[in-house]
Write a protein that binds this ligand. Structure first.
Ligand code: ADP
Ligand code: MG
Length: 695
């Protein structure tokens, strides 16, 4: 996009666009005429070759030509549906709208009475054996300008398809010539991409011979060009950020190692090769003047905490401070317990800072942070709050990164002068995705479990198996081992569910297992209550812990060998995997029983099947991606991702990889970008992220 007059052209300067239309377009985020050039059609109609209704198939995108038989509005309970029946003499199809305004309905009733000849385009579905289209595009045949392949734009309430089409056409004809190419020719050639202006032109006005299926799927050559441009801007942003990070100087940590060696001597086990390799990577990073920015990924139970702690020891031995930040209090406290023990054998002190730590204790921790008296800190986001200052923070470790996101990572960085960063995640992310989420980080993977672990056996039980489950619980407890029973809380019905969890605990205590000692842990409890319950479970006073999902992360009770998950179908695959990771930490065979509710959806059944078949987080992640689709994967969307207009960042693995390669080519050390690209990058990324202003 070039500056100047074209860039500034107002919507109302376009022929046919009045103030009303302009206001409606603006409400949808289209402020300037140029924005319309980038408003891509959501579908295409092939007017020259409509299909017979009798010949369309379910799932396909089709255009048909027929006559309106009826228009009616129906009420299903509280919902209204607008229904239009259309026939072409060979078949009947029912068009349905579930969301529509009065304007839309009035327009159809007035302008398209029964008998009107119409063209309809949309995805074909079926409902109890009849063909349907939901929210299709519907136009009067006589009013349809011309034949061929015609674009259908996302409709805005109060604007007709014709109006949008005309406005876009006007914008394209006036402004397309001013659109300048922002991807260098060499990169375009290498990736076989058409020019930007050509792509925009063809997307708004395809040739009759263009592949309509590809256009409708958003997979045409022209679409690819726009997606690539966006992914390239995304990757360039990550690269610029990484360059900014690398231009800083941190305090290198000289390889000491005496604390490390001392610790390793006292451990009752040997480090796995993966752990050794991870420590090599981390050690090498920390010895450099450029701050480390590394992701440490490894499955639940693979021993990341120890790696983190040894990294902290390196900083400590060199006279610096180090922090480990966890996403929840329970997890922070768990780390604190583990690390305190290690510290005791080394004669070091470590401080805990969470929301729970207050008053004098908090003041004490804060003062020792400023003075540098304490070198090692464990905590939650309480560590990044105002007023927490360190003397010489050199290493910041973030556990379970995807819960924090880029921005919080930045905040932690502000606490030191360019500290080394280590981000830990238990989520083994397929490579294409890790490039998306962690594109600015180097990656180390722990792909090996400590020796001697016995794989957890996972079983799916129906309601009819409940008494068998009770038997297993009793037997386990009687053998001196402990049991988790997890109960899901669903947000909307949290109160009801909480009642249910309480009720269930009571039921277990009084009726089913009167002979066992049972604790209850819920998310609603204040931290101190949670601590008390956890402590009693840890010490073995409780044989069974009934819990809502708060134990999802971080609890480490090796004597717990059985986990029962009630309504397992309500959990996501990954949640189940993490939950299950709470057992299988000791030397005995552990079991996970997934209680499957009645009448569950096919997708949920698939999930339970996957989880019962494999213990590998990596396989589970891949399956999750397949079952749920990448959009929901891990809820990464909340993790400070920029917005994409054309590409779906998780779906275009190959294109993303190509864009990454291109970004490195375009931006060799110290290189410059075209002004168009710079703008694209700015549109996606905030300055704070780009300049790594803090990291
Ligand atoms: P995660 O990677 O999920 O954070 P943890 O660090 O909590 O895993 O480790 C899980 C358990 O395994 C802990 O009890 C830890 O002490 C133990 N552990 C760590 N490394 C090893 C090893 N090399 N051999 C045996 N056990 C280990
Ligand atoms: Mg962990």
């Amino acid at each position: 996009m070039e500056g100047g007059k074209s860039e500034g052209m107002q919507l109302t300067e376009l022929p046919g666009v009045g103030h009303k239309t302009a206001a409606r377009l603006k409400a949808q985020g289209f402020h300037k005429a140029m924005d319309l050039v980038y408003l891509l059609p959501r579908a295409y109609q092939d007017r020259t070759n409509p299909q017979l209704i009798s010949a369309v198939s379910v799932g396909q995108f089709a255009t048909i030509s027929g006559q309106i038989m009826s228009v009616s509005e129906r009420r299903y309970r509280t919902r209204k549906t607008l229904e239009v029946m259309v026939t072409d003499g060979h078949g009947v199809i029912l068009l349905k709208w579930f969301r529509y305004g009065r304007w839309f309905k009035g327009n159809i009733e007035k302008k398209l009475p029964p008998g009107t000849e119409v063209l309809v385009s949309g995805r074909v579905s079926s409902f109890s054996g009849n063909l349907e289209m939901h929210h299709p595009d519907l136009t009067e045949t006589s009013g349809a300008e011309g034949g061929g392949i015609v674009p259908v734009y996302p409709l805005t309430e109060g604007i007709s398809q014709q109006t949008v089409r005309k406005a876009v056409q006007a914008a394209v004809s006036q402004l397309l010539s001013t659109v300048s190419e922002d991807i260098p020719d060499a990169i375009r050639k290498e990736n076989n991409l058409p020019a930007l202006s050509e792509s925009l032109s063809r997307l708004h006005d395809p040739l009759d011979t263009d592949d309509i299926q590809a256009l409708n799927l958003g997979e045409s050559h022209w679409h690819t060009r726009l997606k690539f441009g966006e992914l390239l801007a995304f990757q360039l942003g990550l690269l610029i950020r990484r360059r900014a990070l690398d231009s800083r100087t941190s305090h290198p940590v000289s390889p000491g190692g005496s604390l490390e060696r001392k610790l390793i001597r006292t451990l009752p086990f040997k480090l796995t090769q993966s752990q050794v390799k991870a420590l090599d990577d981390v050690g090498r990073d920390m010895e450099r003047k450029v701050p480390m920015h590394r992701l440490l990924q490894g499955d639940v139970g693979s021993g990341k905490t120890l790696v983190a702690f040894i990294a902290m020891l390196k900083a400590c031995e060199a006279g610096y401070q180090a922090v480990l930040m966890a996403p929840t209090e329970v997890l922070a406290e768990q780390h604190y317990r583990t690390i305190s023990q290690w510290c005791k054998t080394l004669g070091l002190s470590v401080a805990l800072l969470t929301g729970n730590v207050d008053g004098k204790q908090r003041a004490d921790v804060l003062s020792k942070a400023v003075s540098g008296e304490t070198k090692l800190f464990i905590g939650t986001h309480a560590l990044i709050q105002e007023g927490v200052r360190f003397r010489n923070l050199n290493l910041a470790i973030v556990d379970e990164q995807h819960r924090f996101g880029v921005l919080q990572r930045l905040a932690l960085g502000k606490k030191g002068s360019s500290p080394h960063f280590l981000v830990m995640t238990a989520t083994p992310i397929p490579r294409s995705l890790s490039m998306v989420i962690y594109g600015d980080l180097d990656i180390t993977t722990i792909d090996e479990m400590p020796a001697g672990r016995i794989p957890i056996e996972t079983m799916v039980f129906r309601e009819t198996d409940r008494s068998r489950m009770h038997l297993r619980v009793s037997r386990e407890a009687e053998a001196g081992r402990q049991v988790y029973i997890v109960y899901p809380l669903v947000e909307e019905t949290e109160k009801m569910e909480l009642l249910a969890a309480n009720e269930m605990a009571k039921n277990y205590r009084e009726k089913i297992f009167p002979h066992l000692s049972i604790g209850l842990l819920t998310g609603r409890m204040v931290s101190r209550e949670k601590d008390t319950v956890m402590e009693k479970f840890r010490s073995g006073e409780y044989q069974v812990l009934v819990s809502t999902t708060v134990i999802e992360v971080g609890v480490d009770v090796p004597n717990a060998n059985l986990m029962v998950v009630e309504h397992a179908e309500r959990f996501g695959l990954f949640q189940l995997h993490q939950l299950r990771g709470r057992v299988g930490r000791g030397m005995n065979q552990s079991t996970c029983i997934l209680m499957e509710g009645a009448n569950i959806a096919e997708e949920a059944r698939q999930r339970l099947h996957v989880i019962s078949m494999t213990n590998s987080g990596f396989e589970i992640a891949e399956a999750d991606l397949k079952i749920r689709g990448p959009g929901d994967f891990l809820g990464v969307r909340q993790a400070g991702m920029p917005e994409f207009r054309f590409a779906h960042p998780f779906r275009e693995g190959e294109l993303m990889a190509a864009a990454r390669k291109a970004a490195f080519k375009m931006l060799p050390e110290g290189g410059e970008l075209t002004s168009g690209m710079v703008e694209e990058v700015r549109r996606m990324w905030s300055d704070e992220v780009l300049t790594a202003n803090s990291g």
